[in-house]
Design a binder for this molecule. Structure first.
Ligand SMILES: [Zn+2]
Length: 286
């Protein structure tokens, strides 16, 4: 490893397995309260893993989860991590009009701030659902008191993505920066290289190579994301789902925790707010 290591942002989208957008056609929102909840246990394992590596991270937490597990949110904060918002009800921003979006993000921010007693500055849209058709959402976020968004994925994907968006942190609107999920520019395309199903699908050595390229060639911090349900091979299987959804959700889920262990050791990690809202910290090298 080079001596001057760039710090990357480690982010966790705190939601349960039954709230995943791809399951929406199969699981009614009204049934959420009847499902076995696994998020508390899984987040506790993540907290232990981060403690073990002495890493602080950013937890984009759903308001729906925070209302039901207030202690969990307090524990995330008390372990030195940033509590940010994943919205209230995990509805895609692209499915909402401006009034509904604004009310969802305001509600989530309020619930989280009441629990931790400090300002929530960051937001990540469910399923990276801010793109060319709803860039007004960025203005909404600034108006509701957010300082950064991490909601745009500059790739081509069937459910989301804005391939022409800037690949790295930039001023999106007055008062708000956008911090996109990291891609690697290769063969004139942006390749997803920082989390989710792709990280589970690809061999770890390839993911590591892509992140290193971003650090060493682009000289930029990467933004990596995962979910608590991705380290939970024992989660109840959802029946009757289509093949693609099943593959994306469950592929290599049993390998995820081991890969995370490697990833946390192989790179230097920190919180979104520390890295991007205080640029001086981003320049710090070990
Ligand atoms: Zn989500």
């Amino acid at each position: 490893m080079p001596n001057a290591r760039i710090t990357n942002a480690l982010t966790i989208d705190v939601e349960d397995y039954f709230q995943v957008s791809a399951f929406a056609p199969y699981i009614a929102r009204a049934d959420w309260d009847r499902r076995e909840c696994r998020v508390e246990h899984n987040v506790e394992r993540i907290l232990a893993l981060l403690d073990e590596h002495d890493i602080s991270a950013t937890f984009f937490t759903l308001g729906w989860i925070a209302e039901r597990y207030p202690q969990l949110v307090r524990r995330i904060a008390s372990h030195g991590h940033e509590v940010a918002s994943h919205g209230y009800g995990h509805e895609r921003a692209s499915d909402l009009d401006e009034a509904a979006f604004s009310s969802d993000v305001r509600r989530a921010k309020g619930v989280l701030e009441d629990l931790i007693g400090s300002a929530v500055l960051g937001y990540r849209a469910p399923s990276f659902s801010i793109g060319p058709a709803n860039l007004w959402a960025l203005d909404s976020l600034a108006r509701t008191g957010h300082r950064y968004s991490s909601s745009i994925y500059p790739i081509r994907h069937d459910h989301y993505g804005m391939p022409d968006a800037p690949r790295f942190v930039h001023q999106a609107v007055d008062g708000l920066i956008e911090i996109p999920i990291t891609t690697l520019r290769l063969f004139n395309r942006n390749l997803p290289s920082s989390g989710g199903g792709y990280f589970r699908l690809l061999p770890y050595a390839l993911s590591r190579w892509m992140l290193r390229r971003v650090n060493e060639v682009d000289r930029q911090s990467a933004v990596f994301y995962f979910h608590p349900w991705e380290i939970d091979p024992g989660q109840p299987r959802i029946a009757g789902i289509d093949r693609k959804t099943r593959f994306r959700h469950y592929v290599n889920i049993h390998r995820m925790e081991g890969r995370l262990q490697s990833l946390l050791g192989d790179f230097k990690w920190g919180r979104m707010d520390h890295l991007f809202l205080h640029r001086a910290a981003a320049a710090a090298v070990s």
